[in-house]
Structures are given as structure tokens and as C-alpha cells.
Design a protein around this ligand. Structure first.
Ligand SMILES: Nc1ncnc2c1ncn2[C@@H]1O[C@H](COP(=O)(O)OP(=O)(O)OP(=O)(O)O)[C@@H](O)[C@H]1O
Ligand SMILES: [Mg+2]
Length: 367
């Protein structure tokens, strides 16, 4: 069955050749990179693919998801554990980190503990969590140095670091440490665009010029079309002419929605013993994503200017200035902010459009 939502790898990882090439070239130059895209555009998949290829080229790798670590202690332990994975010591660490005796008696960890004594601090409940994190952040680089290796370290959902850091001190700590690391290169990825924007893009941002910015777009239509055709063939589902092209037309090559379409065609045909029409498929997808879409709308609809602007753009992105003139809406301000939030994309030919193609359809149908 078609599973969606988790990062994809192997033959389900479609396209992204250019992004992957660029990302890896920067890393090899020692240039840190930040990947920015709206939710479900395939950031994590891309990062994991890059790490897996770099690992084959003898890089040490570390992958930490800030979002899944609710406390500073867990974040620190997750960083340390991921670093230790490079020497296959992560399970030893996981087993030993709750008991001083287990930690000290662990023969495999012994040599690491000699060089990196801070690790013993994980068993100490009273240990200052800030210090533990600070040591862990440096451990990434120090461990690589110790073993004369090159390290590539990815912090996924990096914007989420704000949850620990209302005053911005943690960010400063990260920055001052990372700048000094000479054996490590970093990939930061995130989806809260305005947050990432404030961290990396604007001139006042703490990480300004520290990392090269790559924006991730939809998958190329030709790659996703070929993938979907193959996928349906494998699933022994035969489709009318231009059906897959119709899917890609709707999803615009959005990775998650393209995979969702496959899943929903399969489910529909199991239940109804026939293939859904493209309209039925779209409805099915809207039903499945109802909660997510409502939530997305809720996040933006508390602002009157946004609501008018987005609706106008969803209906037709032409002449929005004239159409909204009478409503006393500052379209320029709204579009700019929404673009910064990743809600809108801008194209020289098409003008502004919604980055989430299903949200567009949802708005057209519901509002
Ligand atoms: N390169 C790709 N080829 C095919 N499908 C993909 C690709 N990238 C992502 N997907 C699809 O999109 C889904 C989301 O991918 P992924 O988790 O990598 O995105 P993300 O941007 O990290 O999402 P989130 O914002 O939820 O963290 C995957 O489960 C998969 O179905
Ligand atoms: Mg992700």
C-alpha cells in the first residue's frame, strides 16, 4: 500500500537532482546551507538523501530534528546520540545515559568518555541543561576532528528552536559555536518561512550570511509524471489517457499531494471497483486533508487583508489590485507578508499563486 507522510527514499524519492547536486556541492565546499520550503515539500527527504550520499563519500553525518525534541535535555542527548552513531555507539549511549554505573562500566563507551567527559553529565539530573546543549553542539565538530573526519550536520525544523528561546540567547550560542567549527558543515531546514526568514535572510538575522539559502520548489512535472505512471503500472491500475497529467495539473508537482493522489486512487478503486474521475479524486483528497486544510486556513484567516487577498488570488491571480481596490485592502503589503510566510509563491508570468494547490481548491469550493 502507498504510505504517505514519512520522508521518502530509494525509488520513491523522485527528482530533486538539481537541488541535491547543489546542496552537496555547497557542503563539499564547506559552505553551510539553509533549505526553506512550505510544509510537506520534501525538505526532510532531501536532507536525508543528501546525508546518505555524503555518508557513502566518507562523511560523518548527524541528523537532528528540533521539532521532535521537546526539552533541551532531549535535544542535547539527541545530538550526542546522532554523533555517536557514526561509530555505532548510539545504542550503547542510549542504554547507559540513565545510570552512572552503566555509563562508567560501559566498555565500548570508555574511550569516548575519556575524550569527551561531558557525556557523563547526561546521567546527572542536576546538570545544567544549557551547558549540556552547549557541549553537545560542539561535540559534533570535536568528534569529527578527533577522528580526522569531515562532518555534515543537519538541523531539521530549525525554526522550532524558538520554542526554547524566547530571548534569542540560544540562537546566539548556536551561531557563535557553529561559526568556529572547522570540520563541520551545516544544513538547516525549516518550514515556518517567516521564522526562517528572520533567522537567515534579513540583514539583521542572526544567521545572516552564515548559510547559503536554497528554496525548494515543487517537483518537476516531467519527473513526477513519469514516477506516477510507473507507480500505477506497478500497482496494476490502468488509467484513462491524460489521467496522470490531470493529477499533476492539480497538484502542480507538489510532492505530498502527488503521493496522496496515488493513495486515494487505490482506495477509491478498491471500494468502488472503478477509477475515480479526476473530480472525484480531488474531492477524495480534500476530504482526507480536511483537518490540515482547515488548520492552514485558520492560521491565515485571522487577518482581513489576508482573507481578501488570498481569495482573490485563488479565484484568479490577474488584476487583484483593481479588484480589491474598493475593499480598501493594501494588496502589496498582504502579498508581501504572505509570500514571506510561504503561503504565496510568485512567478514572473503567473504573478502570485497559492503554494498549497489543495488549499486553493479548498478555498474555491468552501468559501
Ligand atoms: N522527492 C520526493 N519524491 C516523491 N515524493 C516525495 C518527495 N519528497 C517528498 N515526498 C512526499 O511528500 C511527503 C513529505 O515529505 P517530507 O517529510 O520529506 O517533507 P517535509 O517538507 O519535510 O514535510 P514537513 O513539513 O511535514 O516536515 C512524503 O511523505 C512523500 O509522500
Ligand atoms: Mg520535515
Amino acid at each position: 500500500m502507498q504510505q504517505i507522510g514519512k520522508p521518502v527514499k530509494g525509488k520513491d524519492f523522485v527528482g530533486r537532482e538539481k537541488e541535491l547536486f547543489l546542496l552537496m556541492e555547497y557542503i563539499k565546499m564547506g559552505q553551510s546551507v539553509v533549505l526553506i520550503a512550505p510544509r510537506r515539500f520534501g525538505k526532510t527527504s532531501l536532507v536525508l538523501e543528501a546525508l546518505s550520499q555524503l555518508k557513502k563519500q566518507k562523511y560523518y553525518t548527524t541528523f537532528v530534528d528540533i521539532f521532535t525534541n521537546p526539552t533541551l535535555e532531549l535535544l542535547s542527548s539527541s545530538i550526542t546520540q546522532e554523533v555517536l552513531k557514526n561509530h555505532n555507539l548510539h545504542q550503547q549511549f542510549a542504554k547507559a545515559k540513565n545510570s552512572a554505573v552503566a555509563m562508567i562500566q560501559n566498555i565500548k563507551l570508555k574511550t569516548v568518555l575519556e575524550d569527551f567527559q561531558f557525556i557523563v553529565g547526561f546521567v546527572d539530573d542536576n546538570k545544567d541543561s544549557w551547558e549540556l546543549l552547549s557541549e553537545s553542539v560542539d561535540f559534533v565538530d570535536n568528534f569529527a576532528k578527533k577522528h580526522s573526519a569531515k562532518m555534515v550536520c543537519a538541523y531539521d525544523e530549525f525554526g522550532d528552536i524558538k520554542k526554547f528561546d524566547p530571548r534569542g540567547n540560544l540562537i546566539k550560542m548556536f551561531r557563535s559555536k557553529i561559526q568556529r567549527h572547522t570540520s563541520s558543515t551545516y544544513i538547516f531546514s525549516g518550514s515556518y518561512e517567516s521564522v526562517m526568514q528572520n533567522m537567515f535572510v534579513s540583514a539583521k538575522a542572526p544567521f545572516y550570511r552564515l548559510a547559503h539559502i536554497i528554496h525548494i520548489d515543487y517537483l518537476e512535472k516531467s519527473s513526477i509524471t513519469a514516477y506516477l505512471k510507473n507507480k500505477f503500472k506497478d500497482l496494476k491500475i490502468s488509467l484513462p489517457d491524460n489521467y496522470v497529467e490531470g493529477i499533476v495539473e492539480t497538484t502542480m508537482g507538489h510532492p505530498y499531494y502527488s503521493q496522496l493522489a496515488v493513495q486515494q486512487v487505490v482506495l477509491f478503486s478498491v471500494f468502488n471497483k472503478r477509477i475515480p474521475s479526476l473530480d472525484e479524486l480531488l474531492n477524495q483528497m480534500l476530504i482526507t486533508e480536511k483537518d490540515y486544510l482547515e488548520k492552514s486556513w485558520e492560521d491565515i484567516s485571522n487577518n482581513r487583508e489576508f482573507v481578501y487577498t488570498i481569495r482573490a488570488i485563488a479565484e484568479n491571480s490577474k488584476n487583484i489590485y483593481t479588484r480589491l481596490k474598493t475593499k480598501n485592502i493594501n494588496v502589496a503589503r498582504a502579498t508581501k507578508t504572505l509570500e514571506g510566510m510561504g503561503v504565496l509563491f510568485k512567478d514572473n508570468v503567473k504573478g502570485y499563486y497559492l503554494s498549497d494547490p489543495l488549499l486553493k481548491q479548498w478555498i474555491l469550493k468552501k468559501l
